[in-house]
Design a binder for this molecule. Structure first.
Ligand code: AMP
Ligand code: GLY
Length: 422
């Protein structure tokens, strides 16, 4: 089969490494991929949002199957376009990807079907939003409705700050049209757990749980980022919590989407908070998480590509989905300054024996050397029998990679380790 993976970050690199040795795959493309992914797939310089070009490429090159990994093309409807062109894909249709594409939609879905989440209201009128904020306790959370690169969420410590956030979204349009609709919700407290799942709309199989580290600096300080590191499994996701999640959140969400006529097929990501009143949904994503994928897939013992084909064919119940008992840790090496401005274009050296390096932002120079080309440059994953060993190994491996201006958090996994000790 000729297969293409749409996307070009660390998550896509992890997906590509996991599927590339499947004997069914004769040729593997990445659109656009990146300088690091080029070692594992043929990179084609077409951006993940260039839907027409992607479809044209797929037709011209007789692609048999597509994996659409990032949120934008899913929310824009790439899977529908590929299907019209006769190309089956892994990923939800546009009408199901809205579960991530619109927070107003996902909050309404949860309210309608009794799925536990933070209390909220949705507003299109600024004065009404202000009046509602006056009735709320602080902190209070203000979210832009649409996709905003994970940055459309503001945790306001005062009512004034909340109103300022609403004003910046609705009036100043800091997140563009994403901010014309604003969701204001209750502030929840508790550890966060990410659970990715495979679903074909009939069966839902959760993958091993993980924990992201979203803030830029140690001790969960600094700005929100796309994720500075991950560990799996997440110790807060106990078997009891897993059972409650399956009964109250995972299956009800799958059934709710079916009842809405929006059957979800692909990877459904549950961003959960384990509050004192039980697990609640913070967000849904319509795709694999980044950098969650970089710890989840290395622990998958069965074959990812075969599972994907089962999902697309609606036969997930027959798939073999098994995870290791090991733990994994991924440390992100970023450019100093990320998520704000940073310099790029520095050469890097990656020792060849490191097999768990997932490249997110790098470009190959004409000299064949990899140069930094993004905020998150790469993720270094290691697995081991215990979380402590996995963390130590990941940091040891990361310390063997060099480039100017490199930065990483030094405490990835420490909160989880502490939870295991308590
Ligand atoms: P989201 O983009 O919705 O995942 O939000 C980004 C981050 O903001 C989450 O990972 C949480 O850490 C935080 N967050 C979002 N909603 C809430 C909430 N209702 N209460 C507390 N923290 C939240
Ligand atoms: N790591 C969070 C996300 O992929 O949205």
């Amino acid at each position: 089969m000729k297969v293409m993976v749409v996307g070009g970050g660390g998550r896509e690199h992890a997906i590509i490494k996991a599927i590339k040795d499947n004997p069914k795959i004769d040729k593997l493309y990445a659109l656009p991929g990146n300088g690091g992914i080029a070692a594992d797939a043929e990179c084609v310089p077409i951006g993940a949002k260039e839907l027409d070009k992607i479809v044209a490429f797929a037709k011209e090159n007789d692609i048999d199957y597509a994996v659409v990994a990032p949120d934008d093309p899913l929310v824009l409807g790439l899977v529908d376009l590929l299907e019209e062109a006769g190309i089956p894909s892994f990923g939800p249709h546009k009408d199901a990807a809205i579960i991530e594409g619109s927070k107003a939609f996902s909050k309404e879905l949860m309210k309608k079907y009794g799925i536990p989440t933070a209390a909220y209201e949705t507003f299109t009128d600024m004065e009404e939003a202000f009046a509602y904020i006056d009735t709320q306790n602080v902190p209070v959370v203000v979210k832009a409705d649409g996709l905003a690169l994970g940055k459309g969420v503001i945790i306001a410590q005062t009512r004034e700050e909340a109103k300022e956030a609403v004003r910046s979204m609705m009036e100043d349009k800091v997140f563009g049209e994403s901010g014309s609709v604003v969701v204001i919700e209750e502030f929840l407290e508790g550890p966060e757990v990410s659970v990715l799942s495979f679903t074909d709309g009939e069966t839902l199989i959760p993958m091993i749980s993980s924990m992201d580290h979203k803030r830029a600096l140690d001790g969960d300080q600094g700005l929100n980022t796309g994720g500075m590191g991950t560990i799996a499994p997440n110790p807060y996701y106990t078997p009891e919590v897993a059972e409650i999640c399956a009964e109250e959140i995972f299956l009800p969400t799958m059934h709710a989407m079916n009842r809405e006529g929006r059957t979800f097929s692909g990877c459904l990501y549950f961003g959960l908070m384990i509050t004192k009143d039980g697990p609640k949904v913070i967000e849904y994503n319509c795709r694999f998480g980044d950098p969650e994928t970089q710890v989840v897939l290395p622990l998958l013992e069965s074959d990812l590509f075969d599972i994907m084909l089962h999902v697309t064919e609606g036969t997930l119940a027959d798939a073999d989905v098994r995870f290791s008992e090991d733990a994994a840790c991924c440390v992100i090496l970023a450019s100093k300054g990320y998520p704000k401005s940073y310099e790029k274009g520095f050469p890097m050296e990656i020792p060849e024996d490191l097999t768990g390096v997932y490249v997110a932002g790098a470009k190959k120079g004409e000299d064949g050397v990899l140069y930094t080309n993004g905020g998150r440059v790469l993720g270094v994953t290691e697995r081991a029998a215990t979380l402590k060993e996995a963390i130590d190994k990941a940091y040891a491996s990361a310390s063997r990679i060099h480039f100017d201006n490199a930065y990483c958090r030094s405490d990835i996994g420490q909160r989880a380790l502490k939870a295991l000790e308590d």
